[in-house]
Design a protein around this ligand. Structure first.
Ligand SMILES: Cc1cc2nc3c(=O)[nH]c(=O)nc-3n(C[C@H](O)[C@H](O)[C@H](O)COP(=O)(O)O)c2cc1C
Length: 215
């Protein structure tokens, strides 16, 4: 599905255009997979999907815990950094994707269903991951860094990050940051796929980890 409503500014197809690139853009395969308890991460995921559909094929998958719990029930468990909650079957084989966008809420020290997803996802060695997160209002940077470390330990390469505040998402203040996040992720994937000599836009530099902010 192509989005008819474009956000302000250059879209991904325009931004990454260079000889021979259009063809590759059309083949880029992305998985957007996320956990959302109160729908803010879902809102981010939907906006990311609209942007990335301009860059190729996008699959959309949710992480759902097997057991339904209340907010208080999750709060207690979010204090246990290593705890993993069983999840329902979802796309965990990411071998066919050029890019995986993994979304989660900021939960105290950990989000147990997301811990479990990261454990099940395969293969992760060298896989390009873009992490996006919704948060209430505190401790988001430390948390995002810990998530980057968690996926990096499994060999994944984090190509972009996005932290968007709940209040900003509810006022549609996240859209610019989402566009930047998507452009960064697509650019890294495209740069990696380009034969030597075509790598002109970054002067050969790898913009490995960059942050977008929706604050
Ligand atoms: C169990 C739990 C723990 C949370 N811990 C934090 C926190 O430590 N810092 C913070 O900024 N927000 C915290 N929040 C708020 C969420 O990060 C925020 O509401 C986010 O937008 C939720 O995303 P979602 O609507 O997709 O579930 C917490 C929410 C829950 C339910």
């Amino acid at each position: 599905m192509k989005s008819s409503k474009r956000l302000n500014g250059p879209d991904i197809a325009e931004k990454t255009q260079c000889p021979g690139r259009k063809k590759r853009l059309a083949c880029m395969k992305t998985l957007i997979v996320f956990f959302s308890f109160t729908s803010n991460v879902r809102t981010l995921a939907t906006a990311i999907r609209k942007e990335l559909e301009a860059a190729g094929e996008v699959d959309f998958a949710v992480i759902e815990p097997k057991r339904v719990r209340t907010g208080l029930g999750w709060l207690a468990r979010s204090f246990l950094p290593g705890w993993r909650a069983p999840i329902r079957p979802t796309i965990t084989d990411v071998s066919r994707y050029d890019l995986v966008c993994l979304g989660f809420p900021k939960w105290t020290f950990a989000c147990p269903p997301v811990n479990q997803y990261i454990r099940l996802m395969q293969p992760t060695q060298g896989k390009k991951l873009a992490l996006f997160m919704a948060f209430g209002g505190f401790d988001q940077e430390r948390y995002l860094r810990s998530m980057v470390r968690q996926v990096s330990r499994r060999g994944a390469v984090v190509v972009a990050t996005l932290a968007a505040k709940r209040s900003s998402i509810r006022e549609n203040g996240h859209l610019g940051a989402v566009r930047l996040f998507c452009c960064q992720a697509v650019e890294v994937v495209q740069q990696a796929g380009l034969p030597k000599g075509e790598n002109t836009q970054q002067g050969g530099k790898n913009p490995r980890l960059r942050s977008g902010t929706g604050r």
